[in-house]
Design a protein around this ligand. Structure first.
Ligand code: ATP
Ligand code: MG
Length: 158
């Protein structure tokens, strides 16, 4: 049940977002189901939302908001995580899913972490036969879109 995964992530992230002074909004229907690995999918969503909150809190001024939206579309689940954070510079975008890649040392030092988050996210999405895309503008914000087939991975066991 993907809705339960989102509820779980929401319970973890809301207190964190409060500490970071970032507003978070979750929008999803009652019952979205898919075949997949619950722990891995939770890890995937949590990583993306955690990034969104952290890298939005770094913004000095302006609106600080993260929106997490999920819905069913045909045989897919769409998960959209949008933030009004610091954004990702264009030249960093190509490397974003590489292991240990982090955009710049200053922001990384501030936030801790390893730079493994997004490479793990991508692996989890692909293991579920899904696709991950993003668009980002420096100083404006970032949007990640994950498309997951509700039927799960029909090619191999996850
Ligand atoms: P970890 O997730 O392992 O704790 P991390 O967050 O640095 O560390 P990733 O999650 O892989 O590593 O992200 C890689 C880099 O991409 C980050 O260092 C950050 O600079 C940038 N990044 C990721 N998500 C966002 C976002 N929503 N807005 C701005 N920058 C982002
Ligand atoms: Mg991260």
């Amino acid at each position: 049940n993907f809705t339960e995964i989102l509820e779980h992530v929401r319970n973890i992230i809301e207190p964190l977002a409060k500490d970071y002074k970032v507003e978070v909004e979750f929008v999803y229907p009652d019952n979205i189901e898919l075949i997949g690995d619950k722990d891995r999918l939770t890890q995937m969503v949590l990583n993306l939302v955690d990034n969104a909150v952290k890298y939005t809190s770094l913004k000095e001024k302006g609106k600080k908001k993260v929106t997490v939206e999920a819905y069913k579309e045909n045989d897919n689940i769409k998960l959209i995580i949008k933030d009004t954070g610091v954004g990702i510079p264009e030249k960093a975008q190509k490397k974003l899913f590489e292991r240990f890649y982090r955009v710049d040392k200053a922001r990384s030092r501030k936030m801790g972490g390893t730079g493994l988050g997004l490479s793990i996210v991508k692996t989890i999405v692909e293991k579920h036969n899904g696709v991950i895309e993003f668009s980002s503008k420096e100083g404006v914000g970032t949007k990640f879109i994950v498309t997951l087939p509700t039927g799960g991975n029909t090619n191999e066991t996850v």
